[in-house]
Design a protein around this ligand. Structure first.
Ligand code: SF4
Ligand code: SF4
Length: 142
């Protein structure tokens, strides 16, 4: 007790409470940071769109023009979407005149293999000059 009758609190005890609050707040900050990074991570990697068989022979590349992330790569057969860049915006899907583009979770069973094919081909085409298709290609050029 103090001379005035108030209970005493040691310096050690008085600093403990703020430390607990700090630890609590740091815990919240860490948890928040983890949630944000997890959300971004899953947003980047989840449910990319995929180009399938009807694309073979398409000469118009209408899809490429609307993609905000430059996801498209192409070879002599067709285009492919980079699953690591696709943000699932669906802009390309509505532009494709032959309905060749599907969300990977909404894929017709007969084209299920195109999910892996897109990922594999993009990985390979990234090292091929001019395979990254970022602008509309006129019909005579493809
Ligand atoms: S518009 Fe459709 S068919 Fe044409 S290049 Fe794009 S994905 Fe392929
Ligand atoms: S869904 Fe959007 S980000 Fe993904 S390939 Fe199509 S246009 Fe590009």
């Amino acid at each position: 007790m103090t001379p005035h009758g108030h209970p005493t609190t040691s310096r050690r005890e008085s600093s403990l409470f703020p430390l607990q609050i700090q630890a609590f707040l740091f815990g919240i900050t860490d948890a928040f940071r983890w949630m944000v990074s997890n959300t971004i991570q899953s947003g980047v990697n989840a449910m990319p769109y995929v180009v399938t068989e009807p694309c073979r022979g398409c000469k118009y590349t209408d899809c490429v023009v609307v993609c905000p992330c430059e996801c498209f790569y192409g070879d002599a057969d067709q285009l492919y979407i980079d699953p690591d860049s696709c943000i699932d915006c669906a802009a390309c899907q509505v532009e494709c005149p032959v309905e060749a583009i599907f969300l990977d979770t909404d894929m017709p069973a007969k084209w299920a293999g195109y999910v892996q094919l897109n990922a594999d081909r993009v990985k390979m085409l990234k090292s091929v000059p001019d395979a990254h298709v970022t602008e509309k290609v006129e019909s005579s050029a493809r």
